[in-house]
Write a protein that binds this ligand. Structure first.
Ligand SMILES: *[C@@H]1O[C@H](CO)[C@@H](O)[C@H](O)[C@H]1NC(C)=O
Length: 292
């Protein structure tokens, strides 16, 4: 007991001094390296973790300071990813524009009101002699009719992506194409020499694909880059730039050149569905709030 007490009584300092200077130095070096390698091990672990969970590709606000905004602007950055599919026509692709759940809800609200799709008729055209050009079923629904608020959300996102105000958009046209159903190539814009004077013109079209399609059902632009644009083109033929529908993805294309004339390469159609079913919601954007 006594001898133990004595050692303890020597205290820490007594202990250190009895170890001697070289031993203390060795201990210091030991703890230094322990700390050094320990920390590098830890940081390695952090690195592997961040490569397992790649950082979302968003603008970081600490890297880009938002500017003081105007009254109607945003106080933060927004990213809506897109891919340029083509310059002739000016076509953009927006992956993951809507969620699968949003798409399902839109299909659900449209299903109960589907009717055979109709065409805007040129002079001399009748429902009878244009049969077979557009064989889908569809319905129109405005965002104000949708009590779930999903269409309003989508509409606001389209507005942000295009900066064409919501009030310039027509109601959503939700379409269903079943096997064999199609839409021959056509323009969304109305040429006044064919359709007569127009209150306003369609500038651009935003297509939101609500379903995947197992086979067929692509949106096609047969005159991409001025190709095939001769008199021999068969408007049913599925050629040119083809966009495969994928649920939740968006396709935006402009029907007019910046100078307001119709871009011939914006001619487009829907290839027949071969397998599965195609659901799409179309939003036509106009140069005026008024339309027929
Ligand atoms: C409008 O722009 C297109 C594409 O740049 C051009 O080919 C066309 O000649 C222009 N039309 C008019 C009327 O300026």
């Amino acid at each position: 007991m006594k001898s133990r007490g004595k050692i303890g009584g020597g205290g820490v300092f007594g202990g250190w001094s009895s170890l001697g200077l070289p031993a203390v130095l060795l201990l210091c070096i030991f703890f230094f390296f322990l700390g050094f390698f320990g920390s590098s091990l830890l940081s390695q672990q952090v690195e592997t973790e961040s490569s397992l969970h790649p950082r979302p590709r968003v603008l970081k606000e600490e890297e880009y300071d938002p500017l003081p905004r105007g009254d109607s602007g945003d106080d933060s950055f927004t990213t809506i990813p897109f891919q340029i599919l083509s310059w002739r026509p000016r076509a953009l692709y927006f992956p993951g524009f809507a969620t699968a759940k949003q798409c399902e809800s839109i299909i659900k609200m449209a299903k109960v009101k589907l009717a055979p799709s109709t065409l805007a008729l040129r002079k001399g055209e009748t429902a009878e002699n244009t049969k077979g050009i557009r064989t889908s079923s569809g319905m129109f629904i405005s965002s104000s009719e949708d009590k779930t608020g999903i269409l309003a959300l989508i509409e606001k996102k389209i507005e942000r992506a295009t900066m064409i105000p919501r009030s310039n958009g027509e109601a959503f046209n939700v379409l269903r194409y079943e096997i064999g159903q199609r839409y021959n190539s056509h323009y969304d814009a109305f040429n006044p020499t064919e359709y007569g004077p127009q209150k306003s013109q369609r500038i651009a079209s935003f297509l939101l694909y609500l379903s995947d399609v197992e086979e067929g059902g692509e949106t096609m632009f047969p005159f991409e880059n001025g190709e095939n644009a001769d008199a021999n083109y068969d408007f049913r033929k599925c050629i040119g730039l083809k966009v495969r529908p994928r649920r939740g993805d968006g396709l935006l294309f402009y029907s007019l050149y910046p100078n307001g004339t119709i871009d011939p390469s914006s001619l487009h159609g829907s290839c027949p569905v071969i397998k599965g079913q195609k659901w799409v919601a179309t939003k036509w954007l106009r140069n005026e709030e008024e339309y027929d």
